[in-house]
Ligand binder design. Structure first.
Ligand SMILES: CCCCC/C=C/C(=O)SCCNC(=O)CCNC(=O)[C@H](O)C(C)(C)COP(=O)(O)OP(=O)(O)OC[C@H]1O[C@@H](n2cnc3c(N)ncnc32)[C@H](O)[C@@H]1OP(=O)(O)O
Length: 302
């Protein structure tokens, strides 16, 4: 089946924001062969990939200073790196972490959602959806090694992982704090949280926009383990070894069984979800809220 900017995964056609990139028109086999990751690191400007082919894993580090906010560029590079690893049968797991000190990811890039036109908002939201779908349905074992603050979209990324290890630092808060910005987490952010910490805790966390410090995050189940900062990476590696001891086909089918219905809800209404986002974010009142929030972030420094 010929698809110009879409790729069939199961019964889904996924958007390919990088379809214009050199090599994108190659056949799957040729492309996979050329793109084989091997033992040397690869990546892009904003996403570093450190492969360990012998162990079947790669460490993926977000590197978009100062705070790994999820710009269109970072989202696109993230998806490309993920696809490379997914297509290379050497790899069974990814440890996802940050290369920016003190911040895992500041979430969606507020500059992408302020003062732009509807076409830009639509393109941006499609890229956010795409990253979520790819991460949430990934066949690989994904472990989040959370070595910094993890609000909103940063938290969402970690929630798509199979396991979360958080560094024990009171500044490293985690949660979906959208209401604090005067915006609303969409249904698939909410579903991802409910699937992780349950309905009642999610309702309270979402309405109040709670950013949980490590001990509370552990208590509500937002993360699976809290460890001293210098042990985040080693803990993620030992957790990975445990997950990789399970036969892939059985684990993957089980993961898919647990997650498919949630992902399908978005797949079935991607376009209307984009329209909702564009309509909501374009409102004058929402633009004003975001500007006020950005102003507060900047003031914090002064
Ligand atoms: C409408 C549909 C719903 C959409 C769903 C939305 C999801 C989201 O993810 S919205 C984004 C929510 N994110 C946040 O609330 C986090 C905001 N940032 C912070 O709280 C902090 O920056 C921090 C804890 C992540 C890091 O603190 P610190 O190390 O002290 O760094 P600074 O606050 O000084 O920030 C440095 C620099 O970066 C800018 N910045 C921070 N976050 C974002 C962001 N999400 N998008 C764009 N830019 C961001 C910040 O303004 C500073 O900029 P300059 O002042 O120009 O240096």
């Amino acid at each position: 089946m010929a698809l110009v900017a879409g790729m069939r995964v199961g019964s889904r056609v996924l958007f390919r924001p990088w379809a214009w990139l050199p090599g994108a028109a190659l056949g799957r086999k040729e492309s996979a062969a050329r793109g084989r990751v091997g033992a040397r690191g690869f990546g892009s400007q904003r996403v570093l990939v450190e492969p360990d082919p012998a162990a079947g894993i790669a460490v993926m580090k977000l590197k978009s200073p100062p705070v790994n906010s999820l710009s269109l560029e970072l989202l696109t590079e993230f998806v490309i790196s993920l696809e490379k690893l997914e297509n290379d049968k050497t790899f069974r797991g990814i440890i996802l972490t940050s290369d920016c000190p003190g911040v895992f990811s500041a979430g969606l890039d507020l500059m992408e959602m302020c003062g732009k036109n509807p076409a830009h908002y639509a393109e941006y939201w499609k890229a956010v959806q795409e990253l979520w779908l790819r991460l949430y349905l990934s066949n690989l074992v994904l472990i989040a090694a959370i070595n910094g603050a993890c609000p909103a979209g940063g938290c969402l990324i970690s929630l798509t992982c199979d396991y979360r290890v958080l560094a024990d630092n009171p500044k490293y808060v985690i949660g979906l704090n959208e209401t604090l910005l005067g915006i609303v987490a969409p249904f698939w952010f909410k579903d991802t949280l409910v699937n992780t910490i349950g309905h009642r805790t999610s309702e309270r966390a979402l309405q109040l926009g709670i950013l949980f410090p490590p001990a509370e995050a552990l208590q509500v189940g937002m993360v699976d383990k809290v460890v001293p900062e210098d042990q985040v990476q080693s803990t993620a590696l030992s957790v990975m070894a445990q997950w990789l001891s399970i036969p892939d086909h059985a684990r993957q089918l089980t993961k898919n069984m647990m997650r498919k219905a949630t992902a399908d809800r978005l797949v079935k209404q991607r376009d209307s979800d984009i329209q909702n986002f564009v309509g909501f974010i374009s409102r004058d009142s929402i633009q004003k809220s975001l500007q006020v929030y950005l102003g507060k972030l900047r003031q914090k420094k002064g």
